[in-house]
Ligand binder design. Structure first.
Ligand SMILES: Cc1cc2nc3c(=O)[nH]c(=O)nc-3n(C[C@H](O)[C@H](O)[C@H](O)COP(=O)(O)O)c2cc1C
Length: 345
């Protein structure tokens, strides 16, 4: 049975013999092929339908694939087939870019964690749009947009507006990623004037696009876990002011506290997985306390079990996403998460 926890463990043991990025490339190729041959549904561990309404969208179930795993939108059908209730592709930038030099992705199995400094390696927004147009679409699709590494922050809005216009007719929701630690100074866009200017420009552009295409596409903003808790209410207020529909909390962390002493702890990049679980849940709680029901919250960061997923919902998230947990646990984690969330009633 391809969809059992045992089968995933076997596959993982083989994949973990390869370096992290090679394992990723090999898996994506296999998944794409399986989807083409109609075989990827065999990986679905029997995830139940558990519809959830948020941001004006009905999601098949509340557990989604987080951005960064399918940066170019090459496996949309496969990730839907394995059971995710929604799939977020990207981060995509206006122009293709190679990202940082390799190695740039490290597994820390002792901590069920990953450190990555990929740096938005992607084929560019035009290539992503072509993939989406050709994809078998059976699930809610989020498209996560960013800026090229060589676009200065003063001109960042141009990159986001360019991507928004391109993906608008294809996305069920669009995520504005201003929280990757691997694009220099990107996180500065989360604060003050820079944030207001960016969100103002995006709000205006979205109005024009809604007019042009005859429908309004929800927009979310993805934030970092590393900001002062006191800044969260102000950030949430700004998001609401500019008509943002949801917030994705959180991206990876710069902190190494939880993995101190590990041989990869000194590697630059964002840390994800178990060391992030509590931190991201705390951000969700603080956000929910600050905004009431005005914003949808997509909780992400360190979901390694169904209980972790349910804790994010209890903290105030409407939906959750998974990346690192999926690498360590595979599709059975989706089923577990949906089951535990459904049990909350
Ligand atoms: C290898 C890797 C690449 C990632 N790339 C992106 C990305 O391109 N855009 C983005 O918004 N988040 C990216 N993320 C962050 C994840 O979407 C997620 O927010 C974070 O890893 C925390 O969730 P997790 O603990 O379930 O992995 C990446 C994470 C990893 C591990």
């Amino acid at each position: 049975m391809l969809n059992s926890p045992f089968a995933y463990k076997m596959a993982r043991n083989a994949l973990f013999k390869l370096d992290a990025e090679t394992a990723h490339t090999v898996t994506m190729k296999k998944l794409r092929l399986m989807a083409k041959m109609g075989m990827s549904k065999a990986l679905n561990p029997g995830v139940a339908d558990a519809p959830v309404d948020a941001m004006g969208i009905t999601f098949k179930n509340p557990v989604g694939l987080a951005a960064g795993l399918d940066k170019n939108g090459e496996c949309i059908a496969a990730f839907s087939d394995v059971g995710f209730g929604f799939v977020e592709i990207g981060t995509v930038t206006p122009r293709a870019q190679p990202g940082n030099p390799k190695p740039r992705m490290f597994r820390l199995p002792e901590h069920q964690a990953i450190i990555n400094r990929l740096g938005f390696n992607n084929h560019g927004v035009d290539a992503l749009c072509e993939q989406v147009k050709q994809a078998r679409r059976t699930t809610t699709l989020g498209i996560n947009i960013g800026k090229n590494f060589d676009t200065p922050n003063e001109n960042a809005a141009d990159d986001y507006l360019h991507c928004l216009a391109k993906v608008y007719p294809l996305a069920d929701y669009v995520t504005v990623n201003i929280s990757s630690p691997n694009t220099k100074n990107l996180r500065e866009l989360q604060f003050g004037e820079s944030l207001e200017q960016l969100l103002g420009a995006l709000q205006q552009k979205r109005l024009e696009l809604a007019d042009q295409h005859g429908h309004r596409v929800p927009m979310t903003v993805k934030i970092a876990p590393d900001m002062d808790a006191e800044l969260l209410p102000q950030l949430a207020e700004t998001l609401v002011k500019f008509g943002i529909d949801g917030v994705i909390a959180t991206n990876t962390t710069n902190s190494r506290e939880a993995v101190a002493g590990h041989k990869f702890a000194g590697e630059t990049g964002g840390l994800s997985g178990a060391p992030l679980t509590d931190k991201s849940t705390e951000v969700i709680s603080a956000l929910r306390a600050a905004v009431g029901s005005e914003l949808a919250i997509i909780g992400v960061g360190g979901i390694l079990s169904g209980d972790d997923a349910a804790a994010k919902i209890r903290a105030g998230a409407n939906l959750v996403q998974i990346y690192t947990g999926f690498i360590y646990q595979g599709p059975p984690l989706i089923k577990d998460s949906v089951t535990q969330i459904t049990a909350l009633g």
